[in-house]
Design a protein. Structure first.
Length: 66
């Protein structure tokens, strides 16, 4: 039961982070600020939801490694 709750919380945080990332953050992480098409944002959404801890790390450092 605790395991399922943890997976649910991980998924919920992932979806919220992914929505914020594809609307605001995707252009900030790229090395050069370029426009990103809506189709690309839709394709990025599932990956961003699944890999949100890494995504937040990259977003915090704006694409550069610390």
């Amino acid at each position: 039961m605790i395991f399922l709750a943890a997976i649910g919380i991980y998924a919920l945080v992932g979806v919220v982070t992914a929505l914020a990332f594809v609307t605001i953050g995707v252009t900030k992480v790229l090395p050069r600020p370029v426009p990103v098409a809506i189709g690309a944002r839709i394709l990025l959404l599932p990956a961003a939801a699944a890999l949100w801890p890494y995504l937040l790390f990259r977003w915090r450092y704006r694409g550069r490694m610390p």
